[in-house]
Design a protein around this ligand. Structure first.
Ligand SMILES: [Zn+2]
Length: 203
């Protein structure tokens, strides 16, 4: 599952197969190592003190350019969460995903691996496409149309901000639609991720 997940992640960031209309990013991910821990409290982790303990005890690397990914049967009905880039390194840095969201897992329409694609987008400073709703600067990316609220499933033609140009970006990796529906980053998102890398993560 991990190898299949790495393939999905790299395909998404390279604008590879089935990423219709996506912009290629410069990011490539290499699997360095896999560790296993046996700890009931960590297995059902949610954001909070147990998360901090788990991450500090198991993380690898002390560089902001090393991506740590934790997989577990996470609680609160979450698919995952991520840390944004920060100026100073933190042992919290990284991404947590629902284990069964990896390709071939039991998470149904969310079991094709794009939860990790989405969370790594946050790790590289992307906000949700629905950030800020219909007004203001939204997700701080100019070429993602405004969106009032998250979209789920795959509602073709949805237009929750009719006064703004463009339909809801339901195919964007940074919305909440199902994996088969999300397959795009925009050039503006690629630029933001690249800038964030240079500013915060490249050592
Ligand atoms: Zn998110």
């Amino acid at each position: 599952m991990v190898n299949a997940q790495m393939a999905v992640l790299n395909n998404a960031y390279a604008a590879g197969s089935d990423t219709q209309g996506s912009a290629a990013t410069p990011f490539k991910y290499t699997l360095a190592d896999i560790d296993f821990s046996y700890n009931d409290a960590w297995y059902g982790v949610v954001p909070g003190p147990v998360e901090k303990e788990m991450k500090a005890a198991t993380r690898v690397g002390t560089s902001k350019s090393t991506l740590n990914v934790w997989t577990a049967n996470i609680g609160d009905d979450l698919l995952g969460w991520a840390t944004f880039p920060t100026k100073r390194f933190s042992t919290d840095d990284g991404v947590v995903i629902l284990d069964e969201s990896m390709p071939g897992g039991a998470a149904g329409k969310y079991a094709f691996g794009d939860t990790l694609t989405h969370e790594v987008g946050h790790w590289l400073a992307l906000y949700h496409t629905f950030q800020g709703g219909c007004s203001g600067k939204g997700d701080s990316v100019a070429d993602t149309p405004a969106e009032a609220t998250p979209q789920f499933d795959c509602p073709e033609g949805a237009d929750s901000c009719p006064k703004s140009s463009g339909l809801d970006p339901i195919h964007n990796f940074m919305d909440y639609t199902q994996d088969s529906c999300m397959y795009q980053f925009t050039p503006g998102q690629v630029a933001r991720m690249s800038d964030a890398w240079t500013q915060y993560r490249a050592s």
